[in-house]
Design a protein around this ligand. Sequence first.
Ligand code: NAP
Length: 275
Amino acid sequence: MKEISNIKAFGVIGDPIAQSLSPDIHNFWIKKSNISAYYNKFHLQTKCATEDIKALQRFDVQGLNVTMPYKEYAIRAAVNVSETAEKIGVANTLKSTPLGWYADNTDAVGFLNALLSCLENKDLTGKAILLIGAGGAARAVAYILSKQNVDLTIVNRTVSKVDDLITELAPAAKSNSLSDLTNDMDAADIVVNATSLKAGLVDSIEFPDGNGRLFFDLSYGKAPEEILRKASQSGWQTEDGLRMLVEQAALSHELWHGETPDVEAAYQMCQEKIR
Ligand code: NAP
């Protein structure tokens, strides 16, 4: 089946999806650049995710962002996979090609760009970085940080998952359990929280004095408010995941439309929308 208008279809799939800011971000750039396209959100509830994602390409959808819980299925639905997505094991961006989907992961570089924008000198060289978490997002963060000249430690509730992550993606990193978190945080220049922020974890974190060091939480909106407040009260510079969201979206936009969009304008628009 072919689309009947010349407006190209893009979108994001996930479950849940109602709260996604991706349509706001992408349609903002599409409008600004006068591109003949529209970006929608698709609430995909399925037990056959791989087949359903493949089918969307047959319906002439030109590009997709993929969020939880379908990032692993996006790789399986693709005929070609970027080296980054292949290594990390999950994809968040699909581009239609004549052969089928091409899968990429823009979370990794999107995170790096967002992190660098928090640093005055934009330089990570020699920094001690503590990464909390070993899920899909943490894998993207570990992968890209392992390519920088940093001293990386990764901690997670399930230690075996950190060990696997280190073996596969960041062989020079050190691992630890969550039991010594305050000391691990104290030894770090930058702390990155890539856990899904369940209440138990937020309550249990005892922040050491931050002295202006950076605490970067990957989640955004209401979810990280409490943990960012705790960090800030202990003297940490804080950043949520909104800038990362916009940075990873910018890389998807570049892949689909071949142009670099205005990240700062979209970031301001999102901030106004969620406040
Ligand atoms: P995930 O794959 O489900 O991983 C969840 C992580 O949280 C695991 O490390 C898990 O530990 C840990 N965790 C969950 N509950 C915990 C608890 N009670 N105590 C301690 N640890 C706990 O999720 P994900 O896809 O990596 O996403 C993680 C976060 O990143 C989410 O908040 C997501 O919204 C955010 N994110 C943001 C962006 C962005 O653009 N800003 C992009 C992607 C993801 P175990 O391994 O022990 O279960």
